[in-house]
Write a new protein. Structure first.
Length: 272
């Protein structure tokens, strides 16, 4: 009986103790919670800092990828524009050669300009075609716009081109005529004036129908330059010193400052 009473008393005490905390327990719990917050807050701050650093790294990596993508896009855009312009330019040249082939039976070899002589008194061009490709001396060299000059020296892999702007009156001697008036007009190209940047056409007969804005072309006489190569446009005409002939000032059609490709003209007699 005594044991049973004590057992009941212990159970009642245990149940009553679950209902609330004693003062020591409350003190211990509050103290522990207060101390824990000082450890928890820095730990949470540090964990948040690492999280922020991780997020920042992701942002940097994403920015790097975006910058690389933007750079690749810009590069591809430039390359696309360059290819498109190259394609248009080559199509224009192809159209030029096809139109010329319909008029005269010439073969055009496209050549890259690989060097330009810096000598102002002997300005020559070097092209990447030589004897191996059938290039011969005195072959005419033109651009899609007009006459450039002729091949002056030939090696196995390259050739030197003498532009008509570097020819003096003794070296030139290119016979010329006027487009549409081939049977009525005739003259000789007699040197280039570097000051006026015009080439002179001399020995023009007094009754020659040549006039301003006429297009001057090679006549094909002399078997040096093939006929029909555009030289330039008549800018002015005046009487010669002796008064029996006239002199025309010709503005060249070709642009000699930005040459990247030229055509070497093979006639039926020179083509292999």
């Amino acid at each position: 009986m005594v044991s049973f009473i004590l057992f009941i008393a212990v159970i009642g005490f245990s149940i009553s103790s679950k209902a609330g905390l004693t003062t020591p327990e409350k003190f211990l719990r509050d103290t522990t919670g207060y101390v824990q917050q000082w450890f928890y807050k820095p730990a949470g701050y540090i964990a948040g800092l690492f999280q922020a650093v991780g997020d920042l790294r992701k942002v940097y990596e994403e920015n790097d990828r975006l910058r690389m993508t933007a750079a690749a896009y810009a590069r591809d855009k430039v390359e696309y524009n360059a290819i498109r312009q190259e394609n248009e330019r080559l199509q224009e040249k192809l159209k030029f050669t096809e139109e010329q082939k319909k008029i005269y039976d010439y073969n055009y070899l496209i050549a890259q300009v690989v060097a330009v002589s810096p000598d102002a008194y002997n300005r020559t061009l070097t092209i990447n075609l030589g004897a191996r490709e059938g290039i011969r001396e005195r072959m005419a060299v033109i651009s899609e716009k007009g006459m450039i000059g002729y091949v002056s020296k030939v090696s196995e892999l390259t050739s030197t081109v003498m532009p008509i702007t570097s020819l003096n009156s003794e070296e030139s001697g290119i016979s010329a005529t006027v487009l549409g008036k081939q049977n009525q007009s005739f003259g000789i190209l007699s040197g280039y004036n570097s000051e006026s940047q015009r080439i002179l056409m001399t020995k023009i007969a007094a009754d020659d129908p040549i006039k301003k804005d006429d297009i001057v072309i090679t006549s094909g006489l002399g078997n040096v330059f093939p006929r029909g190569m555009v030289i330039g446009t008549v800018e002015s005409i005046q009487d010669s010193d002796i008064g029996l002939t006239r002199i025309a000032s010709i503005k060249l059609s070709a642009d000699f400052d930005h040459l990247s490709e030229v055509f070497v003209v093979q006639t039926s007699g020179t083509a292999e």
